[in-house]
Design a protein around this ligand. Structure first.
Ligand code: NAD
Length: 336
């Protein structure tokens, strides 16, 4: 079976996912939800989307009567994830929602509850969780190649541009770089170390520009997470430095590095034993959508889970990072 997907939101990332879907053998772009008729026309001709599969933000509940769509992929700014994912769930179609699921743990929980109540599956657009080099490191760790895991570093970020964009609006984004980029180190630490953290500490660096980075919009945060085994993660999330994109996992007997670690392009990685062997796909989102089709249609279990419960954990950690920045204190976590 092929997963027939309607994408909501023809923005930067919606366009990337649409392109990636062209190469998917298990998922197919069949519909669109958009408020821009011009962009829709372009997509219809580019991707062969029939008129009957075109919706806008006022009428997309009607997808419930459309037997030719299996899932709605929500790719709109963060503040719209909750209202739109909940409305999407009422159609009875599966929901894929971009990261961060909610702007905080409460919103993420509300989305999970809404999807459960509607009886639909919910997945989060975590592309790295399916990326072959990440999975190779996890498999080597599971085989004991690095020995007991002691330390992880996740550094991510770039210098953000246009000060008027929604990513720099606290209400629309839910925060700053931590919401957008820090989340990769948060869940990267969890799947690389293979445990959920039990405490968080965090610090915010001075802002370089107080017009761009207002109250509640973080530019650069460093944060640490402690794990039950005693392993510790040290992470950096920034909107103020370019080309920051690195993971490093260290165990008692070996290490693995990804650099770049989270970019769209082919990742590069090596371990103390040499280069990683897994081949990077031309587009990570193609693999993501192939795998998500397997999860939604065939009940497959992925190596690294991408469901709502996972996203709630990530949201709780991000909430804790913000709390630790504010109070200067260690925040204890109980994730499972
Ligand atoms: P974008 O601003 O380029 O696109 C957002 C789209 O939402 C636009 O087409 C816009 O028209 C539409 N939209 C609908 N209602 C809107 C409203 N009321 N206000 C503003 N826009 C509205 O943003 P983007 O970069 O495509 O990001 C969209 C989502 O995808 C975000 O949640 C982001 O975190 C996520 N994202 C994920 C990845 C990833 O690698 N998984 C990468 C980029 C973005």
């Amino acid at each position: 079976p092929v997963l027939r997907v309607a994408i909501m939101g023809i923005g930067t990332y919606g366009n990337i996912v649409a392109r990636a879907l062209q190469a998917s053998t298990k998922a197919k772009l069949v519909g669109v939800i958009s408020g821009s008729p011009e962009k829709v026309k372009d997509w219809q001709s580019k991707y062969g989307i029939p008129d009957k599969n075109v919706y806008n933000y006022s009428n997309f509940e009607n997808i419930k009567n459309n037997p030719d769509i299996d899932a709605i992929y929500v790719i709109v700014p963060n503040f719209l994830h909750k209202p739109y994912a909940l409305r999407a769930a009422t159609t009875g179609k599966h929901v894929i929602c971009e990261k961060p699921l909610g702007r905080n743990a409460k919103e993420s929980q509300d989305i999970v509850d809404g999807c459960k109540k509607a009886g639909v599956k919910l997945l989060v657009g975590y592309r790295m969780h399916f990326e072959p080099k990440n999975l190779e490191i996890i498999s080597m760790r599971n085989a004991g190649d690095f020995g007991k895991i002691k330390y992880f570093t996740g550094n991510g970020g770039f210098r953000i541009g246009d000060p008027t964009q929604w990513r720099l609006d606290r209400e629309k984004a839910g925060g700053g770089s931590m919401m957008d980029i820090g989340i990769y180190a948060v869940n990267g630490a969890r799947y690389m170390v293979g445990e959920d953290p039990i405490w968080v500490t965090a610090q915010e660096l001075p802002k370089s520009d107080t017009t761009k980075f207002k109250e509640g919009v973080d530019e650069t945060i460093t944060f640490q997470m402690g794990f039950p085994s005693g392993a510790v993660a040290q992470c950096l999330s920034t909107y103020g430095m370019n080309y920051v994109d690195r993971f490093l996992l260290i165990g008692e007997r070996g290490w693995a590095e990804l650099n770049p670690a989270n970019g769209y392009g082919p990742l590069k990685g090596r371990t103390n034993k040499g280069e990683l062997k897994a081949v990077s796909p031309p587009m990570q989102q193609t693999v993501q959508m192939d795998e998500m089709a397997g999860i939604l249609l065939e009940g497959k279990t992925p190596v690294v889970a991408v469901d709502g419960e996972e996203a709630i954990k990530d949201s709780k950690i991000i909430d804790a990072v913000y709390e630790a920045v504010k109070t200067g204190k260690k925040v204890l976590l109980k994730l499972s």
